[in-house]
Write a protein that binds this ligand. Sequence first.
Ligand SMILES: NC(=O)c1ccc[n+]([C@@H]2O[C@H](COP(=O)([O-])OP(=O)(O)OC[C@H]3O[C@@H](n4cnc5c(N)ncnc54)[C@H](O)[C@@H]3O)[C@@H](O)[C@H]2O)c1
Length: 343
Amino acid sequence: MSATKPIRVGVVGFGYWGPNLVRNLDRLGDAELVAACDLSEANLGKMKALYPYIETTTDLASLLADHDLDAVVVATSAPSHFAIAQQVIAAGLHCYVEKPLTLKSSEAETLVRMADEAGVVLFVGHLMEYHSAVNWIRDYIASGELGDVLYLYAQRLNLGKVRTEENAFWSLAPHDVSIVLYLLGEAPDSVSATGAAYVNEGVQDTVFANLHFPSGKIANIHVSWLDPHKVRKFTIVGTKKMLVFDDMEATEKIWIYDKGVGAPTDAMSFGEDLTLRFGEIVAPFVPMKEPLSIEVQHFLDCCATGATPRSDGRDGLRVVRVLEAVGESMAAGGAPVGTVVEV
Ligand SMILES: NC(=O)c1ccc[n+]([C@@H]2O[C@H](COP(=O)([O-])OP(=O)(O)OC[C@H]3O[C@@H](n4cnc5c(N)ncnc54)[C@H](O)[C@@H]3O)[C@@H](O)[C@H]2O)c1
């Protein structure tokens, strides 16, 4: 969709990820990149070198007041999201916040309420909800081809980057949590999690989290920065078929296995009742488009029309509550912790 008049956008944060957002905003005709704010003069200098026409400042208040903006994109480090987004929404501007929306669910709730009251769009950068493969899988589940989803598990593993200010779940799992909730179309009612801190005291390097859903489905998310392999994989087991999404593969990211337990055509029989089905394995062709470009365009469309974004503030809140509850469960020795949020 094309906006009638370009959305005047300001950006806060031009560190590692901000430049990717700016690159997309710059090339989409629906946006007019007007001004940027960063506490780092050096990073503002890098932006000026690439985009000399963008006004820069280290003062958020002046960014919000002086440029007749419609919307602000926040790509600063997570601890600053709440304070910055509050100011953006209070200024009556549409607000895009990188994931995670906030560090506490109470803060995310505040932002959702503020945006509702101000009548502005609150958008969270849950990038994977705009990934072509994830959306292909969502459509495939909706088509019924997989049968009912029984359970799924996600693995995001690597050696490094070891962080000290947040555990591996906050660092690595926001994308997996958002994918799981998006694919299942429901939020969990509780989580239970186990993790261990080996490198830095109190900062879990590896976490196994179980998400329990009202429908009875379960999902496990395993993240670690202390692992010999780089893995970004989803496995979904349905009543008819099984699906693996391997985001490390360049092209064949999705594999569908016609495997299961039940009445087979090509089967290995175990006794009279139990038969295992080993059918064909297919890697469907899924056209890929840069997720960030789709995501940024969707944000601009929502700003233009007032539509509720796919990854809105409530979605951001649900993900933050899961991240928070995983920490609470680990602190309680793996006890189940409720995750239902209502705003
Ligand atoms: N969607 C994705 O795949 C993805 C990937 C990487 C990072 N991110 C997210 O993007 C955000 C930024 O991550 P990053 O890796 O670019 O961090 P970073 O530390 O590299 O960059 C943050 C920038 O924000 C600036 N900044 C910090 N506090 C500020 C404030 N109060 N006012 C103005 N500027 C401020 C810093 O000077 C820096 O330039 C995080 O929320 C992160 O989770 C998302």
